[in-house]
Design a protein. Structure first.
Length: 202
């Protein structure tokens, strides 16, 4: 499983980027929002990835932020939402906007994305509403609506680890924030995840 790539941005296309990692070029599908965040060709980039394996291909999808990848995973578990539609939604909406739209049942906001009609937007709301917690309040926040976690940070990686273990985004976010407050900025990822797990399980 390839979870992250760190290398040089070789080139970009309408819906993908090529990341040069040690002389190997990885073609990574991406939303327009992620492509815009990568910066100029030739610069160093770190991109979070999801590896899709089918009978006839292996494909990478990439994200500038861990919370965008987490939303991609949530979206593609909804019936009728494939990779292309999930990326279209993430091109149209920031994770914070998507979280608010799902939490408040704003299907019209979700239907702004290409390829998403009212029925599919309603299904996304119905299937994800109970999985994401309350709508975020105030300024920019991460996927959990509790604390902002910078992309590529240990906090973001710990948040992703807890969500992969089945904790809801708002539960994982609160636990990671509490663990980081106890351990300080120098904590290792392993220590951060272990303490966050203990706090989330309480």
């Amino acid at each position: 499983m390839i979870a992250k790539l760190k290398g040089l941005l070789d080139s970009t296309g309408i819906d993908h980027a090529i990341i040069d990692v040690g002389g190997v070029g990885y073609l990574v599908g991406a939303s327009s929002r992620t492509l815009a965040a990568l910066g100029p060709v030739g610069e160093a980039v770190t991109i979070h990835t999801e590896m899709l394996v089918a009978e006839d291909m292996i494909r990478l999808v990439g994200f500038a932020r861990a919370d965008e990848r987490d939303w991609y995973r949530l979206l593609t578990h909804v019936q009728g939402v494939g990779s292309r539609v999930a990326l279209a939604i993430l091109s149209a909406l920031e994770p914070q906007e998507l979280h608010r739209a799902v939490a408040t049942g704003d299907k019209a906001m979700i239907a702004r994305a290409n390829g998403v009609g009212p029925k599919l937007a309603q299904r996304i709301v119905n299937e994800l509403k109970d999985k994401i917690g309350a709508a975020p309040v105030g300024g920019p926040v991460g996927t959990g609506g509790v604390v902002p976690l910078p992309a590529g940070s240990l906090s973001a990686d710990a948040l992703s680890a807890l969500q992969n273990l089945g904790f809801k985004p708002h539960e994982a976010s609160a636990a990671v924030a509490a663990a980081e407050a106890d351990l300080g900025e120098e904590a290792s990822l392993d220590a951060l995840v272990r303490l966050a797990l203990r706090k989330a399980a309480k």
